[in-house]
Design a protein around this ligand. Structure first.
Ligand code: HEM
Length: 126
């Protein structure tokens, strides 16, 4: 669907595979793992629901959980610039491991997530 939303161009299967790979990297990252729950199943489900709507697909997160209030939801966690970079690095690796997602789509998705990640930073570098 070259003219459709980023969600349509990526497709639900590739998006789900991406989110699974992404949290695999988060779980293995020494600076990120400590602020995440040990079991990332629910986190991954919520992220997949969020990204589905964020990329122009059905608003699954809103339907299931209400308004995301992303910045407020992240305030309990110390998100430093280094953690934002680490989060994006995990996403970049996961994108490169998901060849079903084309170059253009990967680039657009990464750029959109980079803009959101900046707004999640709530703690200066120690
Ligand atoms: C939840 C960290 C960026 C979307 C969370 C949680 C943590 C976290 C620790 C809680 C996990 C849980 O309790 O289940 C981070 C860090 C980021 C970041 C370190 C670096 C900048 C982002 C971005 C997005 C995002 C850019 C959106 C594109 C979400 C969503 C949830 C979540 C949808 C689930 C919220 C819920 O509980 O309903 N994040 N996050 N995060 N994050 Fe992030």
């Amino acid at each position: 669907h070259p003219g459709g939303s980023l969600y349509e161009r990526i497709g639900p299967q590739a998006l789900s595979a991406l989110v699974t790979r992404f949290y695999g990297h988060v779980a293995a990252h020494p600076d990120l793992a400590p602020i995440f729950p040990a079991d990332l199943t629910e986190t991954a489900e919520k992220q997949l629901a969020f990204l589905t709507g964020f990329l122009g697909g059905p608003p699954l997160y809103h339907e299931r959980y209400g308004h995301p209030r992303l910045r407020a939801r992240h305030l309990p966690f110390a998100i430093t610039p280094a953690r934002a970079r680490a989060w994006l690095a995990c996403m970049n690796t996961a994108l490169r491991e998901t060849p079903d997602i084309g170059e253009a789509e990967a680039h657009e998705l990464y750029a959109a997530l980079s803009r959101v990640a900046v707004h999640m930073v709530n703690t200066p570098e120690p």
